[in-house]
Design a protein around this ligand. Structure first.
Ligand SMILES: [Zn+2]
Length: 483
């Protein structure tokens, strides 16, 4: 079915479920409207990345938290227009996922892949766009995202990431800009133009990856004027562009200032008790504290990558910096103040970074950090909410590295299947690229409204089975929240 027709069909179906007295209450309850929606995205996390994490951590292939969810599919991630993103050159049409080409040879998936900006935009807005785009369509026109729909419903909205807060994935859920690499403009927008209640991540200008003080680098945090007004928790935001406005996030008609926290202890203490209305958490690492530990800021890509080839957990973590769970708990404790509910996006951002650098050990560590956050969110829902009112989605924006079975003497993986070496041992596996691929990615859902994805999963791949399209996440959310 074509997308628009399918959307119309599902809308009618859901409208009928919710509104018609012709249906029994049992049928009306078939698709529940969630009060809260949480989407957790492993950046670059393909099926084999997750399986590698599961094999290492548990000894079995599918024992991580999300495998226990009732709704399990694959998901396509291709953009509207792709090309040679990241290596210069023109963007081009002809992007799609072909089950035929995949069945022929997984190496066919090394072209036509998405970037994280186009993928986040698709998941957040329900529309495909070009690689490099953040929250804009092919004409560079802003398109409404899930966070904005949450605010239209008087709900709260937040984003959390383990990489810089204005990186592509959180940006796709909170900003509109045609170039994902313009971190200054995106940071200005997220903080000054969005109505987000919570923004948490890294990108701190004053600390290196390991959290040691360094001379300021404002790559991810606007400019010095901007950063200083955030540090002062000021109700006026200055910037090199002049004064920037603040938006009303709590529906009282008055602009709301941000409350910046940076210390791990502040994240931990905000997991419980009283919280500010608006929370900006920019923890003390320049980019990301695990995958980049031991690397210098701005260090040559190959040199940094060569350092990251230890076994997982061999080098101690930077325990002075919060992990993804600690950041997520602080976000949830702010967002759950709103009786109307909330939307939250949580990104394990450095799974992708480890895969770009072909670092098997650090990949396992990043999947472990993400999985811990998923387990903690599951427990949070069961303790503080319920599956009757909260929908949890766990997925990825694309696959990175074409991670397949071990390489043969020709230097290519000859099987798609990675092989277990038992718990606590790296599986037999190899990367076949240092960039993204067009592979389908895993999709899991649990809780109120999760069965809506059974309607969307109408395409089939010979290898990965039934799949949805990444745009159908936002399309489903828009239906569930009647927008
Ligand atoms: Zn990437």
């Amino acid at each position: 079915m074509r997308l628009n027709k399918k959307l119309l069909f599902v809308s009618i179906l859901v409208f009928v479920f919710f509104n018609s007295s012709l249906f029994s209450s049992e049928e009306t309850n078939k698709i529940k409207k969630p009060k809260n929606i949480i989407i957790m995205i492993g950046d670059g996390m393909g099926f084999n990345h997750l399986k590698a994490g599961s094999l290492y951590l548990t000894g079995s292939a599918d024992a991580l938290a999300m495998y226990k969810f009732p709704v399990k599919y694959a998901m396509s991630t291709y953009p509207a227009k792709c090309g040679t993103y990241g290596e210069g050159g023109e963007l081009k049409w002809a992007s799609s996922f072909s089950p035929y080409l995949n069945q022929q040879n997984p190496f066919n998936l090394l072209s036509d892949f998405t970037c994280s900006g186009a993928a986040a935009t698709a998941m957040a807005t329900g529309k495909k766009t070009f690689n490099g785009a953040i929250g804009v369509d092919l004409n560079k026109t802003p398109i409404t995202n899930i966070s904005e729909i949450a605010k239209q419903n008087q709900k709260s909205a937040g984003v959390v990431t383990s990489v810089p807060f204005c990186h592509a994935t959180p940006a796709g859920f909170s900003a509109h800009y045609p170039d994902r690499d313009n971190y200054h403009e995106i940071a200005y927008q997220m903080i000054s133009e969005s109505k987000m209640d919570v923004i948490i991540g890294y990108g701190n200008p004053n600390y290196d990856h390991d959290g040691k003080p360094m001379s300021p680098n404002y790559k991810y945090s606007g400019d010095s004027l901007f950063w200083n007004s955030l540090v002062q928790n000021s109700d006026k935001i200055n910037s090199a562009k002049g004064k920037l406005p603040l938006q009303d996030c709590n529906f009282d008609g008055k602009p709301d200032k941000w409350n910046l926290i940076q210390d791990k202890s502040e994240f931990i203490s905000l997991a419980k008790g009283k919280t500010p209305d608006r929370l900006l958490g920019i923890a003390k690492s320049f980019e990301t504290p695990r995958q980049k530990r031991g690397s210098e800021v701005g260090e040559d890509y190959k040199k940094a990558s060569a350092k990251g080839h230890q076994l997982p957990f061999e080098i101690p973590f930077n325990n002075n910096l919060p992990n993804l769970s600690e950041m997520t708990f602080a976000a949830l404790n702010v967002l759950d103040n709103n009786d109307n509910g909330f939307f939250l996006m949580v990104e394990g951002g450095a799974i992708d970074w480890a895969a770009h650098s072909n670092q098997k050990g650090r990949l396992i560590e990043e999947v472990a950090d993400f999985n811990q956050a998923v387990e903690d969110v599951v427990n949070w829902i069961e303790k503080n909410s319920s599956w009757d009112e909260t929908l949890l989605i766990v997925t990825a924006d694309h696959e990175t590295g074409l991670l397949l079975g071990p390489k043969n003497p020709t230097g290519k993986s000859s099987s798609r299947e990675i092989e277990s070496n038992g718990k606590g041992k790296l599986p037999e596996m190899d990367f076949n690229s240092t960039n993204h691929s067009n592979s389908l990615v895993p999709f899991f859902a649990k809780g109120a409204g999760s069965n809506i994805f059974n309607i969307f999963a109408d395409e089939t791949d010979a290898y990965w089975g039934q799949y949805i399209n990444n745009t159908e996440i936002a399309q489903a959310v828009f239906i569930l929240w009647n927008k």
